[in-house]
Design a protein around this ligand. Structure first.
Ligand code: FSO
Ligand code: SF4
Length: 513
């Protein structure tokens, strides 16, 4: 086992098991899946044929906190093998299915660049999977995933590998735009205050990012006498008009994924995990965890899609009816839905406030939450920001400060939550619109970037921002273990990437004070 893919990696890698709960057995079968996916892609690229979409789920399942189930990874291996065997052998191809982790790549810069590419591609596969279920496809994304995976076995220069990493960012922008359009199946998000109080009926908690799963569950629970609550990254669902029509969509419960062990013990009802981030369940609620899509955990019921894409939630609903209502957590209501359309409708007022000096700076504090104690930095940073600054956020890091009473500037909330991590796209659309209004470049705006990363979707979002030319991004709470000193040097010299340090120092570095 040699895993460095998330922010909780040990230094230099997790070799005996991870803080995420992944053990050596699952890590090794994941490595086999990834290696054979690259061998398959090498063959498919040579034969100039597309990848079977089954590879997307296999790739998605290897993302941090998605699947801990060896059996499912063996099923993915069977699917990859049959796809591989159906293709003609390619000249110079590697052996298929070697138990080789990324540490088998001996040159540190090649390993670092391929890791950066592979992790970005995992994010690409995850977001693309959500877009596909809502009917949005883009063949260029699937072709790039194939070529990127195949590059593991190609004899490329460091410059060529760097170019592939940057190209991943280009497809990152495309996939975020595609998913943004796909999610509008449920309408255009509206700025919405979300209740966090507990109701008197039993509930089902839904977490992850897949809006279609939520839509199907809401339809299946009409008139069932139970309430539906969102957890973590599902909070922004409350902003979509199509979901507001369901009275049983009661509110949000708990904090980010990193707090799920505490939250789920107090929820009492069943929980549906539609994507990351799943923490191995605690005994107090393990019998109430249901998974779907790429997520899985041994002995937890998995709800598969039927051939027509529908899902049978009856076991989940039947269990919910037998459960106690959730406990009251006593948290304040939360604001979400500040995505591009809703914020751009406020643009004339925002521009007036900028010109009048009432808004001096925006800070993009998008990204992830996690268990690292250093993440309290983001709460302290938000508290320390002067009152003439506005936080633009997306992703689960917002739970570090979205319950603080940070107020507003002449009616514009000081924390504008665009939505899920993929809605970082909204923040870019907003920045580009402001640059247009002021007739300047994106880096000339009064916007600073203080991004928190955790897993591989965040790697893709970072590459997308770099592709758009955003400079001087600050990254924390620590830099990735998989970035070698030479690769870091390129990121620093080309893009001005910087590591977060202390709140006081970073407020100065990011021109916030
Ligand atoms: Fe992940 Fe980060 Fe979206 Fe969180 S990128 S950890 S659960 O922000 O949200 O999937
Ligand atoms: Fe370690 Fe993160 Fe890999 Fe889990 S996903 S084994 S915590 S690096």
């Amino acid at each position: 086992m040699y895993c460095q893919q998330c922010q909780e990696s040990k230094t230099p890698a997790c070799t005996l098991g991870g803080a995420c709960g992944k053990n050596k057995i699952v890590a090794e079968v994941q490595d086999r899946v990834l290696y054979s996916l690259s061998a398959l892609s090498f063959r498919a690229k040579t034969a100039n044929t597309g990848l079977d979409p089954c590879v997307l789920e296999a790739l998605f399942a290897t993302l941090t906190n998605v699947s801990f189930d060896e059996t499912r990874f063996n099923e993915y291996l069977s699917c990859i093998t049959s796809h591989y065997n159906a293709l003609p052998p390619a000249a110079g191809e590697p052996v298929f299915d070697a138990p080789a982790g990324l540490d088998a790549i001996s040159d540190p810069n090649t390993r670092s660049l391929f890791s950066l590419l592979l992790f970005g591609v995992k994010g690409l596969a995850a977001y693309y999977s959500h877009a596909i279920v809502l009917g949005k496809t883009d063949d260029a994304i699937l072709s790039f995933i194939r070529d990127a995976l195949a590059s593991r076995f190609e004899d490329l220069t460091i410059d060529q590998r760097t170019a592939l990493v940057l190209e991943c960012g280009k497809h990152g922008v495309a996939v975020l735009a595609l998913l943004d359009a796909a999610n509008q199946t449920y309408g255009v998000p509206e700025i919405t205050s979300v209740s966090t109080s507990a109701g008197l009926r039993p509930g089902i908690l839904v977490t992850g990012h897949d809006l279609k799963d939520l839509a199907m569950l809401l339809e299946a629970t009409k008139d069932e006498g139970i309430d539906i609550y969102t957890h973590g990254e599902m909070l922004p669902a409350h902003a979509y008009p199509a979901f507001k029509k369901y009275p049983q969509l009661r509110g949000n419960f708990g904090g980010s994924w990193a707090e799920q062990r505490m939250d789920l013990a107090k929820f009492h009802g069943p929980v549906l995990f539609t994507t990351n981030c799943l923490v191995p369940p605690a005994p107090a609620y393990a019998d109430k965890v249901f998974t779907t899509g790429a997520v899985s955990f041994p002995n937890c019921p998995h709800i598969d899609a039927k051939p027509d894409g529908s899902k049978d939630f009856s076991a989940l609903i039947a269990l919910a009816r037998t459960c106690r209502p959730p406990e009251e957590l006593g948290r304040p209501d939360l604001l979400t839905g500040c995505a591009h359309d809703a914020v751009l409708a406020l643009a004339p007022k925002v521009i007036e406030l900028i010109k009048g000096g009432k808004i001096r700076r925006f800070v993009v504090m998008a990204g992830c939450d996690g268990r690292d104690k250093r993440r309290s930095y983001y709460t302290e940073f938000a508290k320390a920001l002067p009152h003439d600054t506005i936080i633009l956020t997306a992703g689960c890091v917002k739970y570090r400060y979205n319950a603080l009473a940070l107020g507003d500037i002449d009616g514009i909330p000081r924390v504008l939550d665009a939505g899920q991590c993929n809605d970082s796209y909204s923040l870019v659309v907003i920045a580009l619109a402001l640059a247009d209004a002021f007739g300047c470049g994106i880096n000339d705006l009064p916007i600073s970037y203080n991004i928190a990363w955790y897993e591989q979707k965040a790697v893709l979002v970072l590459l997308a921002l770099l592709h758009l030319g955003v400079k001087n991004i600050m990254l924390g709470p620590s830099l990735p273990e998989f970035v070698s000193p030479d690769v870091l040097n390129v990121l620093v010299t080309t893009f001005g990437l910087q590591s977060s340090s202390t709140v006081a120092e970073d407020l100065v570095k990011l021109s916030c004070v």
